[in-house]
Design a protein around this ligand. Structure first.
Ligand SMILES: Nc1ncnc2c1ncn2[C@@H]1O[C@H](COP(=O)(O)OP(=O)(O)O)[C@@H](O)[C@H]1O
Ligand SMILES: Cc1ncc(COP(=O)(O)OP(=O)(O)O)c(N)n1
Length: 273
């Protein structure tokens, strides 16, 4: 019988479907991985920004985690929006109990709209408690700046930040995303003492809501399948590039990416207007 590959996302919600849990599950499905989810916070947001956030009670988050782990063990664990220290401590306890399951941290701190999704003290705890447990950390530029505590303005800073997250903060690997810099869309991966550049064309589009969640979820899906970190990040880079390249043009603001963009590339005649 074929083994079904599974992945779990622990994150907040986006009712418009472009970011958070919804983006992660769509990505897992597109990568042919069975997706599961534990909701940390319910977020009233759309393509224009965040309107309100409700954190679920910690005991209820624990009950969701127990429901998953006592039934279907995930082949990878990804965390996205985990805003409070008690959420981080709870998740750390599960990750520590399952050291062989790859753990992917998307250190969601601020949405593209500029809305803060995590407070100062939680930022310190994610750095000290969770990052050392990570197989890979996937910050964007503002998130990496908070983690490493220096300014990032070019590729050599991206490289230095990825190295700092591994060498000083204790993650196994880090990919620092260059989506917020100018020029080509270049991300820098640091793993096993080597620096790798993930390079793609930059597309002129406002529809980049959820790019970080989608990229990190694609990495998680590939690590769940047993791919190496280098392979998983390369496949994820192609996936997010296609999701940005074929926009859906939905929403009044920064719209979602197209999670089936990769299928349009495979079938060029089906490219959408
Ligand atoms: N306009 C764009 N064209 C092509 N790739 C992009 C574009 N914007 C972001 N990316 C890529 O999308 C991924 C997510 O990056 P980023 O937007 O920096 O993350 P976040 O959503 O967490 O801010 C990265 O691989 C980045 O290089
Ligand atoms: C619930 C939730 N989680 C994460 C984000 C941030 O998503 P990200 O992929 O970084 O994309 P942007 O929203 O920053 O474009 C979110 N908005 N909501």
């Amino acid at each position: 019988m074929t083994k079904i590959v599974t992945a779990l996302t622990i994150a907040g919600t986006d009712p418009t479907g472009g970011a958070g849990i919804q983006a992660d599950l769509k990505t897992f499905q597109e990568r042919e991985v069975y997706g599961m989810s534990v909701v940390t916070s319910v977020v009233a947001q759309n393509t224009l920004g965040v309107k309100a956030v409700e954190h679920l009670p910690i005991d209820f988050i624990d009950q969701q985690l127990q429901a998953v782990f006592t039934d279907i063990e995930p082949s990878a664990i990804k965390t996205g929006m985990i805003s409070t220290i008690e959420m981080m401590e709870l998740i750390a306890s599960y990750v520590k109990k399952h050291p062989d399951i790859p753990y992917i941290i998307d250190p969601v701190m601020v949405a593209t709209s500029g809305d803060a999704l995590m407070n100062e003290e939680s930022r310190r705890v994610i750095r000290e408690l969770l990052v050392p447990l990570a197989t890979i950390v996937t910050p964007n530029v503002p998130e990496a700046e908070i983690l490493v505590d220096f300014k990032i303005s070019d590729l050599s800073d991206l490289e230095k930040a990825a190295q700092t997250i591994v060498k000083d903060l204790g993650a196994k690997a880090a990919v620092v995303k260059g989506g917020h810099l100018a020029g080509k869309a270049v991300d820098v991966l640091y793993v096993d003492g080597n620096v790798h550049y993930l390079e793609a064309d930059r597309f002129e589009t406002k529809h980049t809501h959820g790019t970080g969640c989608t990229f990190s979820a694609a990495i998680s899906a590939e690590l769940a399948k047993g791919k190496s970190i280098v392979e998983a990040t390369a496949l994820a880079k192609d996936f997010i590039t296609d999701a940005i390249q074929y926009p859906l043009n939905l929403g009044l603001g920064s719209g979602p990416t197209n999670h089936w963009g990769h299928r349009l590339k495979e079938l060029p005649n089906k490219k959408e207007d």
